[in-house]
Design a protein around this ligand. Sequence first.
Ligand SMILES: NC(=O)c1ccc[n+]([C@@H]2O[C@H](COP(=O)([O-])OP(=O)(O)OC[C@H]3O[C@@H](n4cnc5c(N)ncnc54)[C@H](OP(=O)(O)O)[C@@H]3O)[C@@H](O)[C@H]2O)c1
Length: 333
Amino acid sequence: MKAILLESLHQPLQVKSVQVPEISSGEVLVRIHAAAFNHRDLWIQKGQYAGIIFPMIPGADGCGVVEKAASTDDKKWIGKEVIINPSINWGGNPKVQATDYVILGLPHHGTFAQYLKIESRLLCEKPAHLSFVEAASIPLAGLTAFRVLFTRARVQHGEKVLITGAGGGVALFAIQFAIAAGCEVYITSGSDEKIAKAVSLGAKGGVNYKKENWHKELQQQSGGFDAIVDSACGDNFAKLVDIAKPAGRIAFYGATLGAFNSGVPAKIFWKQLDILGSTMGNDVEFCEMVNFIIRHQIKPVVDSVWDLDKAQQAIEYLSKGEQFGKIVLSIRL
Ligand SMILES: NC(=O)c1ccc[n+]([C@@H]2O[C@H](COP(=O)([O-])OP(=O)(O)OC[C@H]3O[C@@H](n4cnc5c(N)ncnc54)[C@H](OP(=O)(O)O)[C@@H]3O)[C@@H](O)[C@H]2O)c1
């Protein structure tokens, strides 16, 4: 089969011929039709994750059709269109992942290939209202957005919610989910065009985070936030503290801008703020997230679709941050 291989750090993603994986008990073979990029794939290529075994097939997100099942119980999956939960070994505690928790695509081979072997318990039927490309966009970003928004930030109908970096894969799902849940959603972005696109999706307003006093402008637009979902951190985090309402929640799942080097701790304790970290999600949250997408007939925002042999160009495009929505690989036989 054809697969994208990363042969060592800082090397380009290349199409190579590799063996179709052999499945064993509890596993199925999925013929992948579409697979989506996440920022994680770029961090992996740049060597910012431990535990890589080369050569590796990247990719946490995929959608396809089950072709083979090793166990009799799993034969029912054959012919079904599925998406795959990339959260492997979350474990029995819904609050936190187990120590052997991993995400599909490191160290296990990922979805950027014509075939993937995966445990059948990680399968979920593809929502019928979505194409393979749209459904492939969901797993990692949708799951992360669902947990950070509902489990961690505990957003409620009618609340004012800020989601930073509107163009990001996770952020866009968070925007769509919060709007569907009846929140009043505001956003930031480094691009006025992306702000306009997020407003056309139903966001109430937004400000470009490249402006010096973006947080004051947002405060004026909204009157402050009950909940804030962020993935940038860095020195901007102190500004989020300023515009959170008393007793507000700030939840973050990424640190694209790095460490918090500024801020006044007293503002956090005096305002009784909750500062919450969040990563991926558990198996129940994955099912709830997919059901939420079906119930609200949400269509993932797809920025662009690339052929498998254009994977390196696609990841370079991701690194520029110009996208609005998911960058997807179309994988033909
Ligand atoms: N913990 C987890 O489970 C988890 C899961 C998924 C992702 N993450 C992390 O979350 C981050 C985003 O991931 P992704 O896959 O959604 O990335 P992505 O699709 O590549 O998007 C990155 C986004 O970051 C935003 N951004 C850049 N500079 C910013 C700033 N100064 N302030 C606010 N936002 C800024 C950009 O927003 P604009 O384009 O609108 O300017 C951009 O769209 C990454 O650091 C990733 O590693 C963590």
